[in-house]
Each structure stands twice: as C-alpha cells, then as structure tokens.
Design a protein around this ligand. Structure first.
Ligand code: NAP
Ligand code: GCO
Length: 262
C-alpha cells in the first residue's frame, strides 16, 4: 500500500471559514496542496479581494465568499453555491481581551457567537450532505484556552472550551455516519489576532507577554501558521478515519510544561 495516498485530498471540497489570512489561510494552503478544492469565507470585501490575490499567487484557485458565519441564512446561501462540502474547517474566530468584571454581556455574547455558535451553525449545515455522501471531516480550531484560563479572556476561554466539547459531541452523535470531528489546538501563533501581544515596547525591548510566551513554550518560539499544515492534512484525510473527538494540540509543548523555575 502507498501510505502517502492516505493523505491525499484529491476530489474533496473543503470549506475553511475565516481563511482570508492567518491560520485559516495556512490551513487552506495545506489542504490545497494535498489536492482539495478550496472554498473559504470572511466578512470584509477588502480581506476577500486580497485573499483571492494571495491564493492565486500561490497557484491555488480558491472560491471566496462574503459570509458572516454567525448568520444562519448567509451560511445556507453560501453552501448552496458551493454544493457539497467534504471537509469543513471551523476556523473563523475573534478574541476580546477585557477583564471580566468590566466586560458587557453583549461583548461576551459576541465572542461566543463567532467562536462557538458559528461552528455549530456551519457544522449543522454540512452534516446532512456528509451523511448522504457517506462521510466527512469537521475540524474545529480550538485553542490553549480550550484547556487553560488567563486574565482578560473569559469569553474566549468559555467559547473555546465549549468548542472542544462541541467537537466531542459531533463525534459522538455522527461518528456512526463516518463523520470524524476533531479539533486543532494551536499554541501561540504569530497572526494579526496576537499582534498586540508581540508589539515591541517603546524602548525597543520585547513586549512582556512576548517574553512570557517564549519562556512558557518548550520550543522557545511563537508558532507560525505553517506549523499547522501537517495537523490539518492529517485530520482532513483518510489517515485519521479512526480518530474522532480528539483535540490535537500544536503548541510547541506549552500544555506539557509547568514553566521555567524562577
Ligand atoms: P485572525 O488573524 O484574526 O483571522 C481571523 C479570520 O476570521 C479572518 O479571515 C477574519 O476575516 C475571519 N472572521 C472573523 N470573524 C468572522 C465571521 N463572523 N465570519 C466569517 N469570518 C470571520 O485570526 P487567527 O489568529 O488566524 O485565528 C484563526 C482561528 O484560530 C481563530 O478561531 C482563533 O481563535 C484560533 N486561534 C488562534 C491562535 C493564535 O495564536 N493566533 C491560537 C489558537 C487558536 P474578516 O475580518 O474579513 O471577517
Ligand atoms: C491570548 C491569545 C490566545 C491565543 C490562542 C492560544 O490573548 O491569550 O490571543 O488566546 O490567541 O488562542 O492558543
């Protein structure tokens, strides 16, 4: 047998939400390179147009949609245009860093809506088609905050913890239909979402959070979106057909490490 064939995504259609740039873009690149047809969405026209150029520069003919994944109607219309989806990557996400006692319930709900309710909406919309076609793959982009808390990210941690459990529940409820739902838990990855945490201080020294993450990561560096290529292809392909309800942490070792002794 040819093991590399196990990782081939030829003939598969993937939808990666929020794949205009950052982690979603890298995941889409990896799936395309394994042979999948790429569709993606984001909310801003400017991001969409730039992303279409970026995909095309890399030789990827991606189909892009303006779609807010919290809106069930928009998601339904997008899926009608795409046709069948074999691989769904629930990647679109936001964070708000606000101390909990200062956070409004509306802000909290906005984060939960995008980071948790939207993966429910998108998964719910593709599962019937996957069942009809005999199976499918759903990958939820989780976080260190699916396991850990920290100051200011109560909404994000609640949503990402919930997303871990939604992953296990989809696996439990639809595993019998040959649908595998797993999560990728990226560590601290250099993208626009984390740019503020890496901004150098006025005197040119590292941001304290940047130094903190480097010391907390056994790999001794921030991740880059490309670090997620392998996990994405594995979880989207036949190679993971008996893997279900798991979160694969790609974090340079953060979750294994108690931290440097003072
Ligand atoms: P990012 O750079 O901020 O990119 C987010 C993407 O999602 C953009 O394409 C954005 O485009 C889109 N988006 C946001 N809300 C959307 C909505 N309601 N509907 C459709 N698209 C939407 O974020 P990232 O760092 O690449 O993170 C991607 C995912 O990984 C998120 O779920 C994030 O929580 C998770 N994650 C990130 C890290 C990290 O260290 N960076 C670590 C662990 C997990 P528009 O603004 O045009 O909509
Ligand atoms: C934060 C960060 C994180 C990362 C990521 C970690 O403020 O702590 O933004 O939450 O984005 O999700 O895995």
């Amino acid at each position: 047998m040819d093991v590399t064939e196990l990782f081939s995504l030829k003939g598969k259609t993937a939808l990666v939400t929020g794949a205009a740039y950052g982690i979603g873009f890298a995941i889409a690149e990896a799936l395309a390179s394994a042979g999948a047809k790429i569709t993606f969405c984001c909310r801003s026209r400017e991001h969409l147009d730039k992303a279409l150029c970026d995909y095309s520069e890399r030789g990827i003919s991606a189909q892009g949609f303006l779609c807010d994944v919290t809106d069930e109607k928009q998601v339904g219309e997008m899926l009608e245009k795409i046709g069948g989806v074999d691989i769904l990557v629930n990647n679109a996400g936001i964070i708000k860093r606000i101390p909990m006692t200062e956070m409004s319930a509306d802000s909290f709900k906005e984060v939960v809506d995008i980071d948790l309710v939207a993966p429910f909406i998108c998964s719910k919309a593709v599962i019937p088609g996957m069942i009809e076609r005999g199976g499918g793959k759903i990958i939820n982009v989780c976080s260190m905050m699916s396991e850990l808390g920290r100051e200011t990210v109560s909404a994000y941690a609640s949503a990402k913890g919930g997303l871990k459990m939604l992953t296990k529940n989809i696996a439990s409820e639809y595993g019998a239909y040959n649908i595998q739902c797993n999560g990728i838990g990226p560590g601290y990855i250099a993208t626009p979402q984390t740019a503020l945490l890496r901004e150098p201080q006025p005197d040119g020294t590292r941001h304290p959070f940047d130094s903190f993450i480097i010391s907390k990561t056994p790999a001794g560096r921030w991740g880059v979106p490309q670090d997620l290529y392998g996990a994405a292809v594995f979880l989207a392909s036949r190679a993971s057909d008996f893997v279900n309800g798991q979160i694969l942490y790609v974090d340079g070792g953060i979750l294994a490490y108690i931290g440097r002794q003072p």
